[in-house]
Ligand binder design. Sequence first.
Ligand SMILES: NC(=O)C1=CN([C@@H]2O[C@H](COP(=O)(O)OP(=O)(O)OC[C@H]3O[C@@H](n4cnc5c(N)ncnc54)[C@H](OP(=O)(O)O)[C@@H]3O)[C@@H](O)[C@H]2O)C=CC1
Ligand SMILES: O=C(O)[C@@H]1CCC=N1
Length: 268
Amino acid sequence: MKRIGFIGCGNMAQAMIGGIVKAGKYPGSRITASDLNEKNLAAVVERYGIEAAANNIQCAEGADIVILAVKPNLYERIISEVRDAFREDAIVVTIAAGRSMDSTEGAFGRRIKVVRVMPNTPSLVGEGMSSLCNNDLVSEGELQEVVEIFESFGRTEVVEEKLMDVVTSVSGSAPAYIYMFIEAMADGAVLDGMPREKAYKMAAQTVLGAAKMVVETGKHPGQLKDEVCSPGGTTIEAVATFEEKGLRNAVITAMRRCTEKSREMSRG
Ligand SMILES: NC(=O)C1=CN([C@@H]2O[C@H](COP(=O)(O)OP(=O)(O)OC[C@H]3O[C@@H](n4cnc5c(N)ncnc54)[C@H](OP(=O)(O)O)[C@@H]3O)[C@@H](O)[C@H]2O)C=CC1
Ligand SMILES: O=C(O)[C@@H]1CCC=N1
């Protein structure tokens, strides 16, 4: 069984480690992580039974698949620190927004197997959405191995690299928009007298159920919406108000900004 190394053990790495271990795909003993924040790392080791590396170099040396889970602006520094520790046939997996595979190879200063992935934090509860692309050194079998890691805690898509900026907008960053929507729904319910905890539960379960309807029935979201809107009823009042307030336009405009930001980050 391969060893997976995480360099950086913050929000996204913890969501992935939690997802992998809970799925039973890899035991904690096959996962190593390094992080500057020792307290943080010790808590993850304690929670998931993974191994702590003394530093980033040790983490890279022992791993077959090394996931770089630090902020994009640290990539150059971390890669120059660990590049000589990488095993010849190791695969580097990048999850940073706006970080092209070419720029990763450039930082290594040599050809290296790269898989670029954009995951999201619902990985922690087994409902992640991760999109992947790979460079020409990665074989079909190696890509499949990486896909299987990400599939153990959610759904995956293999996409062309040029789609990675919009992937960031539609799934990487998107949980934040949904949390805002849930929070806003709960605020609306609290305004009309609902206790807040109940409001969060009702709003979140409704988002979960509606998403499951789209995924499992295969029906168009517009049709599912129509099935809720009784003629002259309550729902169409809310739908008409959302249109009046420009919900659809706000979502599209915000997502274009997000995609553009990812493109800007790619340009450096
Ligand atoms: N959060 C998300 O929803 C998603 C994030 N991503 C990508 O994941 C990457 C990580 O993001 P995220 O998890 O949110 O960030 P975090 O800041 O939560 O995690 C990064 C971790 O790396 C640590 N770190 C900083 N410097 C070093 C170093 N020199 N060596 C080792 N560890 C170090 C940080 O410690 P300290 O806190 O002490 O600085 C922190 O624990 C980013 O590239 C981001 O684009 C991708 C998809 C979704
Ligand atoms: O906000 C960010 O830049 C990262 C990338 C996708 C989600 N979080």
